[in-house]
Design a protein around this ligand. Structure first.
Ligand code: TRP
Length: 454
């Protein structure tokens, strides 16, 4: 064993690995983003395409990342230096670390809003308000120059505080407590939502496809979201994979995390849409869906006070178990590539990302006029990272695993404690060599206008 691997922290238990990886996957993506983009692109039709991408692309890319991480025992950049020395593959790592900066900058802002909504819920801040006032409450909050910035900084501080403690005692310990709490709250909310009168329309919206609403943009968003929700394409799971012990069954881990993430996104849909329809509100609200529509629902609903507190606590918990995984990518990179200790890497990474985050937050208000491609800073970070950097990262991760790392080493790496033999291995290699890269390339080329179907 080399000196480096002795010094490296690792996850302690199998449940700890799943809690941490599922904690990373389940986040604002599932509860804030998935319902509103599904709402925009036709509900069930979007869900259908998204599930196809999860199975054919998400699963194999996730396994690839864990394999790359565990076999190299390095951060997202260092992993490629170890496995493919002297080749340009390492640039995938640079892409990933950059994506981590962009994602966490806007992620922290939304998480900050979520914290504010916990506070508002506790203060019973929605009950006396008209729908217009509830909507203004949200826009006033996000456009104001001070409050959301403070909230975002507070959230980033909490994220840094967990990451600074380390992998086993910080990340693993907290996700092991927080994830079960999250699942329980979500189940409670879903039961409540489907038991409302008029809930059926919401379930139909979510499960009965209307393909006419599914545009090319919708398909790109389904792909981008499949990456985003599973935390793929930027080395989060390379980094977490590097902390997984040799005897862990990677296949089981991948399947558990994917199933948990998908079920939780669908459960979030079940908690939200039936309630939305039951109160006769439009589902295609965009990013305000859970901050505007839901408070309206809660204040009309019996027991809404408690349910609204629970919902926003859930959202905040989901956000923090994900944000620590994004921060860890940068921290591990600083630690291993620049020989920094965990403490100073965490402080540095948190400060740098928070600065970018402040700009994202301000771009909702005072900086709203600074636009590129018609998008403000916040939307730009979201769009570039989710729709471009993650799919491109995923494309190269799949190519790396299929063509460079190869079948034999893949088999060796997954054989510890699990097996991917015969047909399964052949399918996996086929998916990462051909299906994932080609599908991702088609969607991206179509999006940037270099490939059209007509
Ligand atoms: N998957 C998380 C969510 O759904 C967000 C997240 C964590 C993420 N790590 C990531 C997204 C890495 C992309 C890449 O909210």
């Amino acid at each position: 064993m080399s000196k480096n691997s002795q010094l490296r922290d690792s996850f302690g238990s199998k449940f700890g690995v799943i809690a941490a990886a599922a904690g990373s996957a389940v986040g604002l993506g599932n509860i804030w983003k998935f319902p509103y983009i599904a709402g925009e692109y036709g509900g069930a039709a979007f869900l259908f395409v998204y599930l196809a991408f999860i199975m054919a692309i998400g699963l194999p890319v996730m396994l690839s990342e864990l394999i790359i991480g565990r076999s190299s025992r390095r951060n997202a950049f260092g992993a490629f230096k170890v496995l493919a020395p002297g080749t340009p593959w390492r640039y995938i790592g640079i892409l990933g670390v950059s994506a981590a900066f962009l994602i966490l900058s806007f992620y922290g802002v939304v998480a900050g809003w979520s914290v504010q909504y916990v506070i508002l819920s506790v203060q019973d801040g929605f009950s006396q308000k008209s729908p217009d006032e509830i909507s203004t409450l949200f826009t006033t909050l996000i456009e104001s120059p001070i409050k959301p910035v403070m909230l975002q900084l507070g959230f980033m501080f909490a994220t840094g505080a967990i990451v600074i403690i380390g992998v086993k005692k910080g990340i693993e310990k907290y996700t092991k407590i927080l994830m079960p709490v999250l699942v329980l709250i979500l189940i409670g909310l879903s039961i409540k939502s489907v038991s409302l009168e008029g809930a059926k329309a919401g379930l139909e919206f979510l499960f009965k496809p209307d393909f006419s609403k599914l545009t090319g943009d919708g398909i790109l968003s389904a792909l981008g979201h499949a990456f985003f929700t599973l935390s793929l394409g930027m080395g989060t799971l390379i980094t977490y994979g590097s902390y997984i012990k040799r005897d862990n069954n990677l296949i089981n881990t991948v399947i558990s995390v994917t199933v948990a993430d998908t079920l939780i996104a669908i459960l979030a849909g079940i908690a939200i849409f039936p309630a939305v329809f039951a109160f006769g509100i439009e589902p295609s609200e965009g990013p305000g869906l859970i901050f505007i529509t839901l408070p309206n629902v809660f204040h009309q609903m019996p027991g809404g006070y408690i349910f609204s507190i629970l919902f926003f606590v859930l959202l905040t918990v989901a956000a923090i178990t994900s944000s620590i995984s994004i921060l860890e990518v940068v921290v591990a990179y600083f630690m291993e590539e620049f020989k920094m200790v965990r403490k100073s890497s965490t402080v540095l990474a948190t400060i740098l990302i928070s600065i970018l985050g402040v700009l994202c937050s301000l771009s909702m208000g005072v900086l709203a006029d600074y636009k590129l491609f018609g998008l403000n800073i916040f939307d730009l970070m979201d769009w570039i990272s989710a729709n471009m950097l993650l799919p491109i990262g995923g494309l190269f991760i799949a190519l790396f695993t299929g063509w460079y790392f190869g079948r034999k080493k893949v088999q060796e790496e997954v054989a510890n404690g699990g097996n991917l033999s015969g047909a399964m291995l052949t399918i996996f290699i086929f998916l990462v060599k051909f299906v994932a890269p080609i599908a991702i390339a088609i969607v991206i080329l179509n999006k940037v206008g270099l490939l059209t179907f007509s």
